[in-house]
Design a protein around this ligand. Structure first.
Ligand code: NOJ
Length: 536
């Protein structure tokens, strides 16, 4: 494939690395077993040492926590167990002093049912804010207005006996969907964006931003076919009318205009669970006037195999509009962690996955714990906190296994909370995986991640250079970055030998090879990866 021209003078979010913090599980400063803002401030040294350029915090706004912050009851308030506005301001300032920007999470698709907007909306058919949510009459037989299914399972509609109409909720019943056709809703969110941008927030990760606007006529979704995504097949319907509607782009453009009106411009990162990559890249906007970064779920969900991964990256490279920029994610608070999902908790595979993420063209977004190769932690039924785990155990353990507290040290409280405190979710084996034991070990995943980030940061070819796939055996994936760098990952159980031009191995997953001279050929062990610099 043809290489794209190198990007020069790229903004920070293109050159840099983003790091997702799940605040309840990052660091607890007051011994209540729940991570908080002050805990993040106390751990900024770690993030600076690691070299990340921005942190995205999962919601810190006020919430009754039916969905752990993703059910917001006040968009312009701080959840008391997270801290105060003074803590937010201090975090932004302390992070800025370390050249780290702070992004928050915006949840525009739905609110909590305890939000005052919904309390008003459901109070009567003529309530002032009735039209802020999606209300519809029952069918003549009393059934739901259409066949839409909630992404958390079951009908997406609940009948509210007070007014005998159904309201729409694409997630829990306690998360009613807002009506994004309503101009007042749009204006309210304009104000929310400005509220946080004015406080110095560098941008937002925007929750399920591709589904906020629904078909105005509330038409039934058609049945799923064998060609549809696994999720659509599970629900038995294609999400034609309850998401990815063309009008969503107007809303994102509106947000982008607000983000661009700030100096420096604020950054919009979309949670865009879109299967079709051609549709995914549309979220950057035809005139590069929508999302700066759009999360690529087919990549996260792909098998950790060279042909599958290479194909997605090549497709994104050819589909992404010229000024737009990809993002690469391996884990988040909803999906099994990369150490488990891609790497099956095999240290070789974890290391090669990290090297791959930091070697691609596009912004790597890592999730807290990825840097130490933290895997999913089994959570026993009495300890489950995620409503999905509670509902679907034992068929599905929910999302708690990827939300357990950050293991900082092998000691009581794990360095996460006080020695005597009970963390809100259990730790795994603190001895097996923790930050402190990896910090000074030159062979650790953590030092590998730190060194890869540092090399990327100081090397224009790696942070901004073009991507070009190079020929290789099927199980190996080799690509050029910019003019002089070549990344190679062997995603197989067999060694592989590649022809290379003369150069030097800069960083390998086997750190003993760093600096090795390359004189025409390179042999990679099973599950080994390297970043090399060619002499010409
Ligand atoms: C996606 C979020 O990442 C997830 O945690 C949440 O449950 C749903 N959206 C609903 O907000």
């Amino acid at each position: 494939m043809t290489a794209r021209p190198d990007t020069t003078e790229a903004p920070w979010w293109k050159r840099g690395v983003l790091y997702q913090i799940y605040p309840r599980s990052f660091a607890d400063s007051n011994g209540d077993g729940i991570g908080d803002l002050r805990g993040i401030i106390n751990r900024l040294d770690h993030l600076e040492w690691l070299g990340v350029d921005g942190i995205w915090l999962s919601p810190i706004t006020v919430s009754p926590n039916a969905d752990w912050g993703y059910d917001v009851s006040d968009y312009c308030g701080v959840q008391p167990d997270q801290g105060t506005f003074a803590d937010v301001d201090e975090l932004i300032a302390a992070a800025r002093a370390r050249h780290i920007r702070v992004l928050l999470d915006l949840v525009p698709n739905h609110t909590s049912d305890q939000h005052e907007w919904f309390v008003d909306s459901r109070s009567s058919r003529t309530a002032r804010l009735r039209d802020w949510y999606v209300w519809a009459d029952p069918k003549p037989d009393g059934g739901a207005p259409n066949n839409w299914v909630s992404s958390f399972g079951g009908s997406a509609w609940t009948l509210d006996p007070r007014t005998d109409q159904y309201y729409l909720h694409n997630h829990l019943r306690s998360q009613p969907d807002l009506n994004w056709w309503n101009e007042d809703v749009r204006n309210a969110f304009d104000d929310i964006l400005r509220f946080w941008f004015d406080r110095g927030v560098a941008g937002f990760r925007i929750d399920v931003c591709n589904i906020i606007i629904k078909d105005a006529e509330l038409r039934d979704n058609p049945p799923a076919t064998a060609h549809d995504s696994a999720e659509e097949q599970l629900y038995g319907q294609r999400s034609v009318y309850n998401g990815n509607r063309p009008e969503v782009h107007e809303v994102i453009q509106r947000w982008r205009r607000i983000a661009d009106s700030y100096e420096p411009p604020r950054v919009l990162v979309g949670e865009t669970p879109v299967e079709d990559l051609a549709k995914l890249v549309e979220y950057h906007g035809r005139a590069n006037d929508e999302l700066h970064l759009a999360f690529n779920f087919p990549f996260i969900s792909a098998a950790f195999e060279a042909p599958a991964m290479r194909k997605i990256v090549e497709d994104i490279e050819s589909l992404t509009p010229p000024d737009a920029w990809p993002a690469w994610v391996g884990s988040n608070h909803d999906m099994s962690r990369l150490a488990t999902r891609w790497a099956n908790d095999d240290p070789r595979k974890i290391r090669v996955a990290l090297l791959m993420l930091f070697g691609l063209r596009g912004t790597p977004v890592i999730y807290q714990g990825d840097e130490i190769g933290l895997g999913d932690i089994a959570v026993d039924p009495p300890d489950l906190r995620d409503p999905l785990g509670v509902s679907y155990w034992p068929h599905y353990a929910g999302r708690d296994p990827m939300r357990t507290p950050m293991p900082w040290r092998h000691e009581p409280g794990g360095g996460f909370t006080d020695a005597g405190a009970t963390p809100w979710l259990p730790f795994g084996d603190l001895a097996a995986c923790n930050v402190a034991s990896q910090h000074d070990d030159p062979q650790s995943a953590l030092v590998l991640a730190r060194d890869l980030i540092a090399l990327r940061k100081q090397t224009p070819d790696l942070h901004s250079g073009s991507y070009e796939s190079l020929p290789s055996p099927a199980d190996v994936w080799v690509w050029r970055r910019g003019t002089r760098f070549v990344v190679a990952v062997n995603l197989s159980d067999r060694p592989a030998t590649l022809d290379v031009t003369e150069g030097r191995l800069r960083i390998g997953t086997n750190r003993g090879r760093d600096g090795e001279l390359l004189l025409g050929s390179l042999t990679l062990d099973a599950w080994e990866g390297v970043v090399t610099e060619m002499a010409y």
